[in-house]
Design a protein around this ligand. Structure first.
Ligand SMILES: Cc1cc2nc3c(=O)[nH]c(=O)nc-3n(C[C@H](O)[C@H](O)[C@H](O)COP(=O)(O)O)c2cc1C
Length: 151
């Protein structure tokens, strides 16, 4: 079940890296920035130009996806079975307006919604939390680090 805390990370940082399996059994990781949580058992991204992942999921309909809040240094790993909802289908037309609302014109390039029907959710955190670091410590540290890169 996608908890409130997991949904918050995905809503604030919707860039997930999805792992699929190639037809010859190799791992394949691919970033997708258009993830939305549809309900507490389902999330999905918009396939704009990701033929490799789509091909993999057509053969093996399973995926794992990781989201990270790069400031709080917490994340979530989600696993599940996948479903490709093709453009012009009734379900595509039902859900696609949510992508238009979130991403505007970019969402017009979506040719399928790739849904993940969730069967596992694991919260992740960076090791400094084991040593007593707080969320405020992490946010302060990484705001400063990213400000050095992009002042
Ligand atoms: C930050 C970031 C976000 C991206 N978001 C998406 C996305 O939401 N949908 C999509 O189809 N491609 C997205 N891409 C592009 C794909 O990752 C890229 O086209 C990749 O080559 C697809 O590889 P694949 O076919 O193996 O999945 C994104 C890339 C980056 C770097």
């Amino acid at each position: 079940m996608i908890t409130f805390e997991a949904a918050r990370i995905i809503a604030e940082f919707p860039l997930g890296v999805i792992a699929s399996i190639t037809p010859d059994g190799r791992p394949a990781a691919s970033p997708k920035g258009t993830f939305l949580v549809l309900d507490d058992m389902t999330l999905a991204y918009g396939d704009i130009r990701s033929p490799g992942t789509r091909h993999n999921l057509m053969k093996t309909a399973m995926a794992e996806v990781v989201f990270v809040d790069p400031f709080r240094r917490k994340g979530v790993r989600i696993t599940g079975s996948t479903e490709i909802v093709e453009i012009r289908s009734a379900r595509f037309n039902q859900f696609h307006p949510r992508w238009i609302e979130a991403w505007g014109d970019l969402a017009k390039r979506i040719t399928a919604l790739v849904m993940i029907h969730v069967d596992g959710v694991k919260m992740l955190s960076t090791p400094p939390y084991d040593d007593g670091a707080t969320e405020a410590d992490m946010i302060e540290l990484y705001k400063a680090k990213y400000a050095e890169i992009y002042p």
